[in-house]
Design a protein. Structure first.
Length: 201
């Protein structure tokens, strides 16, 4: 009986996987007139869409004294825009039932939204507004700066993080990879909206 159940389960998994793979198309890259590359990959298994902005700016693009700016900016992206200030942006996103996320790497930053495909146009509008028209509001900047400083303090106390950071500093004596993506506390303590806005632009 157990052997029969295993065989049935294996058959169900194989048929599910093959039908799912048949629904996944290869995708294509479209280059717009402004040089923006758009990668489209239809996956018709569910009426869901995911939009990702991959920005070619990460921690390596920070000047000395700016280490941590890219990460801080990424945290502020969904904290209000010119069109939807303060919590209005988050509320608009929630009204579509969408979820958003973001992260910063050495060489790029990723900002994304996932939600029902019926809200595709609204999601594109909200994500574009968040990425290109962030308000960088003073209150949000102060809150997120405090959060990142706490993150830095926690990271310094974590032995694994400390070992990785020491390795990066040893491996990259000059290259910006030697700096932690999260930045340094002294830089964030001296941050101003004007400095961050300069990096953003």
């Amino acid at each position: 009986m157990k052997a029969l159940l295993r065989l049935l389960l294996a058959f169900l998994l194989l048929t599910q996987c093959s039908s799912l793979s048949a629904q996944i198309e290869a995708g294509q890259i479209i280059t717009l007139e402004n040089g923006l590359n758009v990668f489209v990959r239809p996956m018709r298994a569910a009426p869901v869409v995911s939009i990702n902005f991959w920005v070619k700016v990460g921690s390596v693009n920070e000047e000395p004294g700016e280490e941590g700016y890219a990460h801080l900016l990424e945290r502020l992206i969904f904290r209000g825009s010119m069109r939807y200030p303060g919590a209005a942006l988050e509320n608009e996103i929630k009204m579509t039932g969408s979820r958003h996320s973001s992260f910063t790497a050495n060489d790029y930053t990723s900002i994304s939204m996932t939600g029902a495909s019926v809200y595709l146009e609204k999601m594109i509008e909200l994500l574009t507004d968040a990425v290109f028209n962030s308000a960088l509001e003073a209150g949000a900047l102060e809150t997120e700066t405090r959060s990142v400083i706490e993150e830095i303090n926690g990271s310094v106390k974590n032995p694994n993080n400390r070992v990785v950071q020491l390795l990066m500093e040893e491996a990259f004596k000059v290259h910006p990879y030697r700096h932690p993506i999260i930045g340094y506390q002294k830089n964030l303590e001296n941050i101003t909206r004007e400095k961050l806005a300069g990096f953003y632009k």
